[in-house]
Ligand binder design. Sequence first.
Ligand SMILES: NC(=O)c1ccc[n+]([C@@H]2O[C@H](COP(=O)([O-])OP(=O)(O)OC[C@H]3O[C@@H](n4cnc5c(N)ncnc54)[C@H](O)[C@@H]3O)[C@@H](O)[C@H]2O)c1
Length: 267
Amino acid sequence: MPDRVKGKVAIVFGAGSSGPGWGNGKAAAVLYAREGAAVACVDLHAKAAEETAGIIAGEGGRTIAVAADVTDPTSVEKAVETTSEALGTISILHNNVGVTHMGGPADLSEEQFQLSVDLNLGSVYRTTKAVIPQMVEAGEGAIVNISSLAGIRWTGYPYFAYYATKAAVNQATVAIAIQYASRGIRANCVMPGLIDTPLIYKQISSQYASVEEMVAARSAAVPGGKMGDAWDIAHAALFLASDEAKFINGVCLPVDGGQSCTVAGLR
Ligand SMILES: NC(=O)c1ccc[n+]([C@@H]2O[C@H](COP(=O)([O-])OP(=O)(O)OC[C@H]3O[C@@H](n4cnc5c(N)ncnc54)[C@H](O)[C@@H]3O)[C@@H](O)[C@H]2O)c1
């Protein structure tokens, strides 16, 4: 099904990857472009944004790379301005930036807690604030926020701030979806389950004796016996962003191989 978002302009915050291979944001940016969108690849690290934009350009897509920090409102506004000037009115906003700080309330520093709020939830606030006026003016837009299964379930890791902020992303998405529904704008979440992306080797592996143990344990927790990959998340996002999902609004879609249907520990 080619050209599923043809003619649209997408802005992906967190379009780089925190390591070699395919992260969720990088795969989504490339997939939007493969399906016909012009894509702004935004990342804190210019090189990461440029790498993704380079892949898109190499496949003949229309793209720009933008360095911006989602915790800084001025930086976000500038990225949005640069995108609309270069590519046109933004019709797809994709929020992928997220951080996992391990620890319960007694373990987390004030700084780690604030950073979790600022990155995971604040990013959705700032990017939506910057993009939504042009969507309202155009009378159309689709927002896809990457939340987590941790927004609705205890996943086994002691990351208090992550649970709390991802739950907030879910309800923030509902709030946007309903307030702006009459203006032609939809907002939905993808809730990834256990996904094999570069991020887990940086932010999750500390919970295990070895990387091999982490991969085995995470795979075993999924009903199908295997973690998902970045393309599983990207394809769900593509569907939600496309007109195929025109009657889907305010949904938080688990992409987890069915894990959220199970009772933990009884497999
Ligand atoms: N991998 C999993 O198992 C899993 C599970 C559930 C949810 N998620 C969610 O998926 C998302 C991340 O997926 P990914 O694989 O693309 O991660 P990633 O770490 O590979 O990519 C995130 C990108 O965001 C960028 N970034 C970080 N801070 C930024 C900032 N302040 N401003 C702009 N960009 C910034 C990073 O440089 C990086 O390139 C997160 O929201 C995460 O919570 C992942």
